[in-house]
Design a binder for this molecule. Structure first.
Ligand code: DI6
Ligand code: FE
Length: 421
C-alpha cells in the first residue's frame, strides 16, 4: 500500500521550521500542528507537516531554511470588508455623537457619510492615495496580506472610479492583495436629494457598466438600510451586477431588519455584512445559499450598538462567520484586525478560534478565494505570518500589543517587525 506520507519535493525554495502551525484546516482546533514546518516554491505552499516527517537530509534539498524561533504560524490575515480609501476625518462628528446626537441624526442633517463624500470628491488621486497609505500600513503591520476595499465615498462616476484606481494602486505599490468592490449605492448624494430612484438608475445604467468595463471592481455591494437604500432599490443594483458578471455583497440589517439578507441570499451573494438585526428567516436563507456572515464588531462598538448578531443561530445553521474591521471614517475608524478579533469575542461572544477562522478561511470564502488563501495547505498561496505567541488564543487576547514578527507573502519574507528582530 502506498504510504500516506507527503512526498518531499526537491524544488523547495524556502522552508520555515521551529514553529507551531495554525493551519486552520477544518476538523480539529485551529488545525494545529505542533512543531511543524512549511515549505514554499514559486509563491505556493508545497509542503506542510510536522518536523518529524521531514526527511533527514531536508537541508540539502531546500534553498533557504528559516527558523521561526518557536513562534506560531497562521495564514496571512484577510480583512474582507473595508472602506479604507477616503479623504478627510470625522472626529468632529465623533464629538457630536458623544454629546448625544445619534449617527442616524447626523446622517439626516447631511453630515455623516456625505461629509466624507465631499472631502473625497475634492481630493485628487495623489491625495487620496497619500491619506490611505497609513491605514493600509497599520493593517499590514498586523499581518494582513489580503484586504478588500470598497468605493462608496464618491457617488459620482469620476470619484467612484478614482477610489477604485487608488485601491488598485495600493495593491500594486504595497505587498498586499487588494480586492476592489463597487459600493456606488452607499448613500444618496446631495445632487439626487429626494430622487433616490433616479440615483439608482444612474448607478445601474452609467456607473456600474463603466466600472465593470474598466475592470475596476470584482464585487458589487449596496447599503440596504432606512438611511440608505430600500430592498427594491437594492434588487435593481443586484440585477445590474449580474448583467455585468459581478458577484454580490450586501451591507444588511446593521441598524434595522430590512430583510436584505434574504434578498442577497436569493441572488447568491458571497457575503452579507453587519447583521446585528438579522432574523431567523435571514439565517435560514443564508444556510440555503452558502453565503458568509461577515461581522463588524468595530462598528457596533463605535456606535454603541446594544444588539448583537444572532451568533447561536448562525452556529446552529452552520453559517460561515467572518470578522472584519469595516475600516471607515464614520462608524468604525479601526484599522486593527487583532482588535476586532478581540471585540468579536468580548462583544459578540465568538470563541478565539471562530475569530481566527473569521479573518482567515471564512474571510477567504467571503471573497470567493477559499481555493487560493485562508489556510496553510498545499497548493495555496504561501501567505503566512509568524507570531511571537505560544498559543493561538493569544492573538485575540492582547489589546494594543502587536505580536506579528514576520510576514511572508507569495513565499517571500516581506516584513520583520521591531522589536522582535
Ligand atoms: N455602514 C457603515 O457602518 C459604514 N457604511 C455602511 O454602509 C459607515 C460609513 C460612514 O459613516 O462613513
Ligand atoms: Fe461597511
Amino acid at each position: 500500500m502506498k504510504s500516506l506520507e507527503q512526498e518531499f519535493p526537491d524544488n523547495i525554495e524556502t522552508l520555515w521550521i521551529n514553529a507551531d502551525l495554525a493551519t486552520m484546516k477544518p476538523g480539529h482546533p485551529y488545525g494545529l500542528l505542533r512543531d511543524g514546518a512549511i515549505g514554499s516554491s514559486k509563491g505556493k505552499i508545497v509542503w506542510v507537516g510536522e518536523r518529524r516527517d521531514l526527511p533527514q537530509d531536508f537541508k540539502s534539498k531546500v534553498k533557504e531554511v528559516f527558523d521561526a524561533e518557536g513562534g506560531l504560524i497562521t495564514p496571512g490575515l484577510i480583512d474582507c470588508h473595508t472602506h479604507l480609501v477616503y479623504a478627510g476625518c470625522r472626529a468632529r462628528e465623533f464629538e457630536m455623537r458623544l454629546q448625544g446626537i445619534s449617527y442616524q441624526e447626523i446622517a439626516r442633517q447631511g453630515g455623516g457619510i456625505l461629509s466624507t463624500v465631499s472631502a473625497t470628491r475634492s481630493a485628487d488621486e495623489e491625495t487620496l492615495f497619500r491619506e490611505s497609505v497609513p491605514r493600509l500600513a497599520s493593517m499590514m503591520a498586523e499581518g494582513v496580506t489580503t484586504v478588500e476595499i470598497k468605493s462608496g465615498y464618491g457617488l459620482d462616476l469620476d470619484t467612484e472610479a478614482r477610489i477604485l484606481r487608488v485601491a488598485q494602486r495600493l495593491g500594486n505599490e504595497y505587498q498586499v492583495s487588494v480586492i476592489p468592490t463597487f459600493l456606488g449605492a452607499h448613500a444618496l448624494p446631495p445632487e439626487y436629494a429626494g430622487k433616490s430612484d433616479e440615483y439608482i438608475d444612474f448607478v445601474c445604467k452609467k456607473v456600474l457598466p463603466h466600472i465593470a468595463k474598466e475592470g475596476l471592481a470584482r464585487f458589487v455591494d449596496v447599503f440596504c438600510e432606512t438611511i440608505a437604500f430600500t430592498k427594491e432599490q437594492t434588487e435593481r443594483v443586484f440585477k445590474a451586477a449580474k448583467d455585468h458578471g459581478l458577484q454580490i455583497k450586501l451591507h444588511a440589517e446593521q441598524l434595522s431588519d430590512q430583510g436584505g439578507t434574504q434578498l442577497a441570499a436569493s441572488y447568491g451573494a458571497l457575503s452579507v455584512d453587519h447583521l446585528e438585526y438579522l432574523s431567523k428567516e435571514g439565517v435560514k436563507s443564508l444556510a440555503k445559499s452558502g453565503t458568509v456572515a461577515v461581522l463588524l464588531p468595530g462598528a457596533a462598538y463605535f456606535l454603541r450598538e446594544k444588539k448583537i448578531p444572532p451568533i447561536d443561530l448562525l452556529r446552529q445553521f452552520k453559517i460561515p462567520i467572518a470578522v472584519s474591521t469595516d475600516c471607515n471614517p464614520g462608524s468604525s475608524p479601526v484599522v486593527s484586525i487583532l482588535l476586532v478579533m478581540n471585540m468579536a469575542c468580548i462583544l459578540f461572544g465568538l470563541t478565539p478560534e471562530e475569530a481566527l477562522r473569521g479573518v482567515t478561511i471564512n474571510a477567504a470564502m467571503a471573497l470567493g478565494m477559499q481555493e487560493q488563501i485562508g489556510t496553510l495547505e498545499r497548493g495555496k498561496d504561501a501567505d503566512f505570518v509568524v507570531w511571537n505567541v505560544s498559543e493561538p488564543a493569544e492573538l485575540v487576547y492582547h489589546i494594543g500589543l502587536n505580536p506579528c514578527r514576520h510576514v511572508v507573502r507569495h513565499g517571500m519574507l516581506i516584513r520583520s517587525n521591531e522589536p522582535y528582530n
